[in-house]
Design a protein around this ligand. Structure first.
Ligand code: KE4
Length: 434
């Protein structure tokens, strides 16, 4: 099978006249992998269809939110009904309390929750809160982790910033970047050394407990517990950015898998069911500082928007009502990664296959990948050739070596078999090109 992208190519050319790079988020541009990004016309279940009529098995899932697959009937029906009641009021609704309550039940460390409209807003707000609560200014982040595009955290960032080679973006004032200390992930010793020297100035550590923005990297045994211990010992807050890992590595997020209680957590993606939502929350005594309960200002015209709330509530209810869904998605993810590994090894490729819960990633490297530096050793050229060979066969992977892939409840055994079969052809082709 090979795809044809004439209409997408024309659409991309026109879009570039009106939108920087032709896209509203850089990773969508295929700048990292080359070629033309398919312009999507529709999604249904595990499938996407582009404006040229090509259909793909989708493992991007809008970068995480679409855990129920595209256009889940219950979500669509709930949105249709909600829309007939109006789309935004700028006033409190029962739906916001319903989703907040649901989140506090699923993620017990989040005793209170504030809704915002994106993961970026969540992490930006939580840093302001941490500085206000501690009276300190410095923040620690981890190389390769991505927490959205606000100034304080666009330093050695992952995701599109890493893909496009701009981990430290122009436009971030030097004094702002100076307030952000970057240390390697999976290296508790360096973290401890930084705290020994600057601990009294550090308001918080923000971490993707299971990073998905340098590719998917897993925490070493005991690492997150050490991060928790070091932050607690120095009176700094521990912030888990679970915008991506929340409801993806497990229903209760990475904190439920590793048994760590952060002081604050950021969520997004899945909790909006495909509509714009972010959230932050944590210990009541900290959250009560947020306006209007307290002095730390944060606001948003569309925060808690009724349509987004309904999509999120419906999504979480479906996931909560059938715990077997996670078992099934995890088994499919494992089966797919093992199958692709077998095909890779048949053609002499010894790669790194990482997966946890519904997330997965293949590093084109024969070395273990544990952090930003080792992730960057991957053969991006080989990944890009693999990516395009899979795309031509109707398999839609994340268009970057430094992103993660996502399973949904809509993916089937047949999807997995087709994906493994496509990978065999892709590796065969790569072997010939080697
Ligand atoms: P948004 O502002 O894009 O909703 O969320 C920012 C964010 C924060 N924290 C984590 C751990 C994230 O993964 C993200 C966003 N993830 C990327 C995918 N790597 C979004 C895709 C994009 O930028 O288009």
């Amino acid at each position: 099978m090979s795809i044809h992208l004439e209409k997408s190519a024309a659409a991309f050319a026109e879009a570039k006249q009106y939108i920087p790079g032709g896209v509203n988020s850089p990773v969508r541009s295929f700048r990292g992998v080359g070629g033309t990004p398919p312009f999507i016309a529709s999604g249904s279940g595990s499938r996407l269809t582009d404006i040229d009529g090509n259909t793909y098995i989708d493992y991007v899932g809008s970068w995480g939110p679409m855990i129920l697959g595209h256009a889940h009937p219950d979500v669509i029906q709930a949105l249709q009904q909600a829309a007939t009641r109006g789309t935004s009021y700028g006033a409190p609704t029962l739906l916001e309390t319903e989703l907040a309550k649901k989140i506090t039940q699923i993620v017990p460390s989040m005793e209170m929750v504030r809704m915002v409209n994106s993961g970026t807003e969540a992490t930006m707000s939580v840093l302001r809160l941490a500085r206000a609560y501690t009276g300190r200014n410095k923040i620690i982040k981890f190389a390769g982790c991505y927490h959205g595009h606000h100034d304080s955290l666009l330093v050695k960032a992952g995701s599109g910033a890493l893909t496009l080679g701009t981990p430290d973006s122009p436009g971030v004032p030097g004094n702002v970047a100076a307030g952000t200390i970057t240390v390697p992930y999976n290296d508790a010793e360096t973290l401890a050394e930084v705290f020994a020297r600057q601990g009294e100035d550090i308001a918080a550590v923000i971490i993707e407990p299971v990073p998905g923005n340098m590719g998917l990297v897993l925490p070493k045994q005991g690492y997150l517990a050490q991060v928790r211990k070091i932050t607690a010992a120095h009176g700094a807050l521990l912030i888990f950015d679970e915008v991506m890992s929340g409801f993806r590595v497990a229903f209760g997020g990475a904190q439920s898998v590793y048994g760590i209680k952060p002081d604050l957590t950021c969520l997004g993606k899945v909790i909006g069911g495909g509509l714009p939502v972010g959230a932050y929350g944590g210990r009541r005594e900290i959250m009560e500082l947020i306006s209007p309960a307290g002095p730390v200002y944060q606001a948003g015209t569309l925060s808690g928007n009724p349509l987004a709330m309904v999509a999120g509530i419906t999504t979480l209810k479906i996931l909560e009502d059938d715990p077997d869904l996670y078992t099934r998605m995890t088994v499919l993810t494992q089966r797919m990664c093992n199958g692709i590994r077998n095909e890779a090894e048949k053609y002499g490729f010894h790669l790194q296959f990482h997966h946890i819960g519904t997330m997965f990633c293949t590093f084109f490297s024969d070395q273990e990948v544990v952090d930003y530096e080792t992730a960057k050793c991957s053969d991006v050229g080989a990944f890009n050739r693999y990516f395009h060979s899979m795309l031509e066969q109707g398999i839609y992977l994340a268009p970057s070596q430094f992103e993660a892939g996502f399973m949904s409840i809509a993916h089937t055994d047949a999807d997995i078999e087709a994906t493994i079969a496509a990978s065999s052809i892709a590796f065969q082709k790569l072997a010939r090109q080697a």
